[in-house]
Unconditional design. Structure first.
Ligand SMILES: [Zn+2]
Length: 461
C-alpha cells in the first residue's frame, strides 16, 4: 500500500502526551500514527525534524464577511491557515434591521446559513456555523429543528446590543434547544448597566479609550452570565459561555458547572483575555475595543487558573476583521467593537501559556483543538489519530519572531499584538492532507475549504 504523504521525524502532540512518531495521510485522512519503520510508502515525505506535529487549531468563535468583519472567506481563511487554524466556526445570522445591521429586511436562520455557505465557497480551510438569533419571533423557534438538521447544532444569543434578547425569550429558546439537544452559546453583558454607564460617560465627555472598559464592567458580565446559565440549566439546555473575560464571570460559570456537571456547562476565554491588560487602551487607543473589554492582570490570572482546572475549556479568538479607519474616531463609542486575531492566536497563546507559564503542549492541544472540536460536534477534527481529517500544523517551538500587521492576510490592517516578540511559529498547515500554508506563504487553493455539518455533540466524554 502506498499513501499520499508521510510526515516524519517530528513530535506528535496529543491531548495527553507528546510522542516521537510519524503520521501517514491518505485521501485527506490520517491513516497511521507510529514509528517511521511502520509507515507505508508515500508519494510525499515531509520532514518534521525539530517540529511539533499538532492537530490544527479549531477556533469556535470567528466573525467573517458581515457587519462584524470586513474579511471575506478567502482572507479570513488565509489568516487562519497561516496561523495553524484549520477549522473555524462563524455565525449564520437571523437578519434584522437596525443601526448595527447590514440587512435591509428581517430574515430567517436558514437563510443566514445559505448566505454564509455561499460566501464560504472561497474558503481555504474548513468552517462551521453557529445560528445567531437576533429577533424574538415564533418563526425562529419553529425553524430550530431544521437549523440543527442542517449541521448547525449550536445557537448564539446576545443579552446586549440592539440584537440582544430579553430573558423571557431566551428562556423559551433554552427550553426549545433542550428538547432538540442543541447547544446554547451566550454573549453575556447586562445591557441596562452597560448602556447607562455609556450614556453617563457620553454626557460627561469621557470619550478617551481608557474609559471604555469602565463602561462594561466585569460585574455586568457576571450578572448576565448568571441569569443566562441559570435559565439554561433550569431548562436542561447545554450552555457554552463565550469570551469569558474576567474572574467574576468565570466564577459564576464554574459554580454552575460544579452544580450541574460538565455535560451541561462549558465555556471559553479568548487569546486576548489571557495575554493583554487594560493598559492597551492607553497604548493602542480604540484598536483593542472588544466586548467584553480587556480586563486587569488579576483577570488574566483567573483565566489561566480556570483553564488549568478545566472550568474554562477553550481559547478562541473572537476574530473581527476591522480596518484602522473604523477605530480612528474621536470618542470610543463611535468605534467598531472587535479586533482581528486569527493569524496569531496559536503563537501568541503558546508563548504566553507554554513559554511564560510552563503549561504543556498537550494543554495547548486540549484548549485550542480537542476541546472545541468535541464541544461543537466536529467528530473528525481536533486530534491526530487514524480516521481523523488530516488537519495538521507543523510548529517550531523555538523560532522567535515579531508580530506585525504588515504580515496580515486578513483585511484588517492592524494588530493588537503589534511589536510583540514571540517564540514559536507555524511552519506548515495541512487541511485534509493538502498543504495550504508553507512558511508564511499561502499555497492552498481557495475553494478547498468546506462547510462542515456538525453533529449533536456528546459532552459526557
Ligand atoms: Zn464574537
Amino acid at each position: 500500500m502506498s499513501v499520499d504523504t508521510v510526515i516524519q521525524g517530528g513530535t506528535v502532540v496529543t491531548a495527553d502526551d507528546t510522542i516521537e512518531a510519524s503520521v501517514a495521510i491518505d485521501e485527506g485522512e490520517i491513516v497511521a500514527v507510529g514509528s517511521r519503520a511502520a509507515m507505508p510508502d508515500a508519494e510525499n515525505s515531509v520532514d518534521a525534524s525539530g517540529l511539533l506535529v499538532m492537530p490544527g487549531v479549531v477556533d469556535p468563535h470567528v466573525h467573517v464577511d458581515d457587519m462584524f468583519s470586513v474579511d471575506s472567506y478567502e482572507t479570513a481563511t488565509a489568516a487562519a491557515a497561516l496561523g495553524g487554524t484549520t477549522t473555524y466556526i462563524d455565525f449564520a445570522w437571523q437578519a434584522w434591521v437596525g443601526e448595527l445591521s447590514i440587512f435591509d429586511a428581517e430574515g430567517t436562520l436558514l437563510e443566514g446559513i445559505e448566505r454564509k455557505r455561499e460566501k464560504g465557497e472561497s474558503a481555504l480551510v474548513d468552517y462551521g456555523l453557529h445560528g445567531a438569533i437576533t429577533r424574538e419571533t415564533q418563526g425562529v423557534l419553529d425553524e430550530l429543528p431544521d437549523v440543527l438538521n442542517a449541521g448547525v447544532t449550536s445557537i448564539k444569543m446576545f443579552t446586549a446590543y440592539e440584537h440582544g434578547l430579553s430573558n423571557g425569550f431566551m428562556n423559551r429558546v433554552f427550553k426549545r434547544l433542550a428538547d432538540l439537544d442543541g447547544v446554547a452559546v451566550l454573549h453575556t453583558e447586562d445591557p441596562s448597566v452597560c448602556d447607562d454607564l455609556t450614556e453617563r460617560f457620553q454626557e460627561e465627555g469621557k470619550g478617551d479609550p481608557e474609559w471604555y472598559p469602565r463602561s462594561r464592567p466585569d460585574y455586568a458580565e457576571a450578572m448576565a452570565a448568571e441569569d443566562a446559565v441559570r435559565m439554561a440549566t433550569e431548562a436542561g439546555c447545554r450552555y457554552y459561555g463565550i469570551h469569558t473575560s474576567c474572574r467574576k464571570s468565570a466564577a459564576v460559570l464554574a459554580d454552575f458547572r460544579e452544580q450541574y456537571g460538565s455535560d451541561m456547562v462549558r465555556a471559553e476565554t479568548c487569546t486576548h483575555y489571557t495575554t493583554l491588560t487594560d493598559d492597551v487602551y492607553e497604548e493602542l487607543g480604540n484598536k483593542p475595543m472588544i466586548a467584553p473589554p480587556i480586563r486587569e492582570q488579576d483577570d488574566v490570572e483567573a483565566m489561566f487558573e480556570h483553564l488549568s482546572r478545566g472550568s474554562l475549556d477553550v481559547v478562541s479568538t473572537d476574530h473581527c476583521g476591522y480596518k484602522t479607519e473604523s477605530k480612528d474616531v474621536e470618542n470610543w463609542w463611535e468605534s467598531t467593537f472587535g479586533a482581528n486575531g486569527l493569524q496569531v492566536s496559536l503563537p501568541i497563546f503558546h508563548d504566553a501559556a507554554v513559554n511564560d507559564r510552563g503549561f504543556s503542549y498537550p494543554f495547548l492541544v486540549r484548549t485550542m483543538s480537542r476541546n472545541p472540536a468535541r464541544i461543537f460536534g466536529l467528530s473528525k477534527k481536533g486530534a491526530i489519530t487514524p480516521g481523523m481529517d488530516a488537519d495538521i500544523v507543523l510548529f517550531d517551538p523555538t523560532e522567535t519572531y515579531t508580530v506585525t500587521a504588515a504580515d496580515n492576510a486578513s483585511e484588517a490592517d492592524f494588530s493588537i499584538y503589534e511589536g510583540r516578540e514571540v517564540t514559536g511559529r507555524v511552519k506548515k498547515t495541512f487541511s485534509r492532507g493538502e498543504l495550504v500554508a508553507d512558511d508564511g506563504e499561502i499555497v492552498g487553493t481557495p475553494g478547498h475549504g468546506e462547510f462542515v455539518p456538525r453533529e449533536i455533540p456528546n459532552w459526557s466524554v
